[in-house]
Design a protein around this ligand. Structure first.
Ligand code: HEM
Ligand code: HEM
Length: 134
């Protein structure tokens, strides 16, 4: 299995563990839920689940279609953008939720959200081009 694919899977399970830790923290500290809910939700639903799907998809779909991955470079760029985006969102979100006015963290959150979005578009392009011949 390609190294970058192994890293997609490693990051997926890391986000899973972190995501449920935030879930348990919210149960133990219900007063803090407002700060941590989007972090919990996106570590699980933008981290754990998609990273697992990216890793498994990049490993299996080229084999199903008998083709190589359309762009291994795009797959690598997507990895860094997606992880930087999610980590940036997870770190800045509680600060944005806690702030009373626009702060540096708003800019970090918006930039990170944009990175996440671009990484998803890169995945869509790469996987559609890879399976084109099915
Ligand atoms: C040990 C495991 C988990 C615990 C203890 C936990 C705990 C929580 C808590 C306390 C909330 C906030 C509920 C509220 O007061 O509004 C929540 C919301 C949520 N959790 Fe989890 N969670 C866990 C795992 C997961 C997983 C694995 C996922 C997704 C794959 C997930 C998805 C969500 C979503 C989408 C919400 C938001 C629901 C809404 O919009 O109201 N959770 N979770
Ligand atoms: C580029 C990627 C994404 C961005 C920028 C994004 C952004 C946001 C924002 C701004 C909110 C509102 C948070 C608030 O109430 O302050 C939100 C909520 C939510 N998002 Fe996302 N999202 C993304 C991807 C996803 C994905 C892939 C899923 C699920 C598969 C998802 C599930 C949810 C859910 C369930 C909520 C409601 C959480 C709650 O109860 O407060 N998001 N998202």
């Amino acid at each position: 299995m390609e190294r970058i694919i192994v890293w997609y899977l490693r990051m997926s399970v890391t986000y899973f563990v972190l995501g449920v830790v935030f879930g348990v923290v919210m149960l133990l500290q219900p007063g803090e839920t407002g700060y941590y809910l989007p972090v919990h939700v996106h570590l699980n639903l933008l981290g754990f689940m998609p990273m697992m799907i990216y890793g498994v998809g990049y490993h299996i779909l080229p084999r199903f279609s008998g083709r190589n991955i359309y762009s291994p470079l795009l797959m690598r760029i997507q990895f860094w953008l997606g992880n930087a985006g999610l980590i940036g969102m997870a770190i800045s979100w509680p600060f944005v939720r806690g702030a009373t006015n626009v702060s540096l963290f708003d800019a970090v959150l918006i930039a990170s959200a944009f990175f996440s979005l671009v990484s998803i578009v890169f995945f869509a392009i790469n996987i559609l081009k890879t399976i084109k011949s099915i």
